[in-house]
Design a protein around this ligand. Structure first.
Ligand SMILES: NC(=O)c1ccc[n+]([C@@H]2O[C@H](COP(=O)([O-])OP(=O)(O)OC[C@H]3O[C@@H](n4cnc5c(N)ncnc54)[C@H](OP(=O)(O)O)[C@@H]3O)[C@@H](O)[C@H]2O)c1
Length: 352
C-alpha cells in the first residue's frame, strides 16, 4: 500500500529508458503501449514479450533484438518461459471488452494472478500492473480532485473492464503482501493517445468520419501521450521506491470537444461540438442511457467534474510527462499525413 507522502529517492537503477543489464518481461507486447515501450527502451535493457500470435509485430521485436514468447496469459508454460530469469514484469495485457464479466475476469484477474504467482516462483523481483483510471468511474471526490489515497467506490456498478481491472489490482496486492507475488506497483494511466492508439485516436477518427459531431464534448478528460506513459513504466519497473505504490499516470485536463477536435484536425477531418445547453442534455442522455441499456457505467463519465492528481508519480518516481497535448497532436498530424507508418518504428520528433 502507499506509504507516507514524503518524496522518495528513485534509486540508482531508475531511468526513463529502463535499466541496462536487466531483463523486462512484457505481457500484451503486441499492443499500443507496449509498442512505445519497445521503441523507447534504452540499449542494454533486454525485453522479452508475450504475443498471442507469431505475426509481424513479434517479428519486429525479434528484429530489434528482443525475445519473443508466443502464448496466451492463461498458458502457464508460456508464462514460465516469459518470466524465466527476468528482473521485472510489465503487465500490459488486458481484455478490453466491457460487457462480459466472466470473460474479463478470466483474463484481467485469474490470468493476472497466474502470471504473478509464476513470476514469484521464478524469483522475479518486481511486477508493474497497468490498471486504469476508469476504476474511479463511480467515485466522487468531495473537492473533485482524486488522489491515490481515494479508494474507488461503486465497483459492482462499473463495466466489466473497469471492474475486473480493479479486482486484478486487489488480487495482486493481496498476493504481493502475502509474499506470493513480486513487489508490486499499480499504475493507473488516464486516457492514453498517440500514433496507433485505438480508444482515443483510431476509434474517434472512425466515429467522426461517420458523424463529425463530438457528443458530450464539454466533459473534461485527462490525457497523456503514449511515449510519456512508456517512459514512466520503464521508470516504475526499475525504481525500488515504486514497490508497494499505486500511481496515477496522467498529464493534461482538456475538454473532450477540444481533444476530439485536435484528433480530427490531425487526421484531416472537421469536428463540431454542441452548444452548452444541448451538450448537457446529450451528456445526460448518453450517461443514463448507457446505465439503462448496459446496466453498468461508462469508463469515462460525461457528467460531474473530476480531476486526477499526478503528484505521487512525481514524488515517488520523479516522473513528469514531457509531451504537451499541442506537441502530441502535431506529431499525430505528421503520422496521419505520412500515411500512418507503423507506430512501433516512428519516433516522436524533438520539440521544435
Ligand atoms: N490505451 C489506453 O488509453 C489505456 C488507458 C488506461 C489503461 N490502459 C491499460 O494499459 C494496458 C495496455 O493498453 P493498450 O492500449 O496497449 O491495449 P491494447 O493495444 O489493446 O493491447 C493489449 C494487448 O493485450 C493482449 N491480450 C489481450 N488478451 C490477452 C490474453 N488473454 N493473453 C495474452 N495477451 C492478451 C492483446 O493481444 P492481441 O494483440 O493479440 O489482441 C494486446 O496486444 C491495458 O492493461 C489497459 O487496461 C490503457
Amino acid at each position: 500500500m502507499n506509504g507516507g507522502s514524503a518524496p522518495r529517492n528513485p534509486g540508482p537503477a531508475a531511468s526513463p529508458r529502463g535499466a541496462p543489464g536487466r531483463t523486462l518481461a512484457v505481457t500484451g507486447a503486441g499492443g499500443f503501449i507496449a509498442a512505445a515501450v519497445q521503441r523507447l527502451v534504452g540499449p542494454g535493457m533486454r525485453l522479452r514479450g508475450l504475443f498471442r500470435r507469431d505475426d509481424e509485430r513479434a517479428g519486429l521485436w525479434r528484429a530489434r533484438g528482443h525475445e519473443v514468447v508466443i502464448g496466451s496469459l492463461s498458458d502457464e508454460a508460456a508464462l514460465e518461459r516469459l518470466v524465466a530469469g527476468a528482473d521485472a514484469v510489465l503487465h500490459l495485457a488486458a481484455r478490453r471488452g466491457k460487457d462480459d464479466l466472466t470473460a474479463s475476469r478470466s483474463v484481467n484477474v485469474e490470468a493476472s494472478v497466474l502470471l504473478a504467482r509464476t513470476a514469484a516462483a521464478a524469483g522475479v523481483g518486481r511486477l508493474v500492473y497497468v490498471s486504469t483510471i476508469s476504476v474511479y468511474a463511480e467515485t466522487v471526490a468531495p473537492d473533485g480532485l482524486i488522489t491515490e489515497e481515494v479508494t474507488p467506490t461503486g465497483i459492482e456498478r462499473l463495466n466489466a473492464y473497469s471492474r475486473t481491472k480493479y479486482e486484478g489490482e486487489c488480487a495482486l496486492r493481496e498476493l504481493s503482501e502475502a509474499g506470493e507475488a513480486p513487489g508490486l506497483t499499480v499504475v493507473r494511466p488516464t486516457n492514453v493517445y498517440g500514433p496507433g492508439g485505438r480508444a482515443w485516436v483510431l476509434d474517434w477518427v472512425a466515429r467522426l468520419r461517420r458523424l463529425p459531431v463530438v457528443p458530450g464534448g464539454n466533459a473534461e478528460i485527462d490525457v497523456i501521450h503514449v511515449d510519456d506513459v512508456a517512459r514512466g513504466l520503464l521508470l516504475a519497473a526499475s525504481a525500488p521506491s515504486a514497490t508497494g505504490e499505486t500511481l496515477h499516470f496522467g498529464h493534461e485536463t482538456v475538454r473532450l470537444a477540444d481533444f476530439a477536435r485536435g484528433v480530427a484536425q490531425a487526421a484531416g477531418l472537421r469536428a463540431y461540438a454542441l452548444p452548452e445547453p444541448l451538450d448537457l442534455l446529450v451528456r445526460a442522455a448518453l450517461e443514463y442511457g448507457h446505465r439503462l441499456v448496459r446496466g453498468s457505467r461508462r469508463s469515462t463519465p460525461l457528467l460531474g467534474r473530476r480531476r486526477f492528481s499526478h503528484e505521487r508519480a512525481r514524488s515517488v518516481l520523479a516522473f513528469t510527462p514531457q509531451i504537451s497535448l499541442e506537441r502530441g497532436l502535431r506529431h499525430l498530424a505528421e503520422w496521419f499525413g505520412g500515411g500512418c507508418p507503423d507506430p512501433r518504428t516512428t519516433v516522436l520528433r524533438a520539440a521544435s
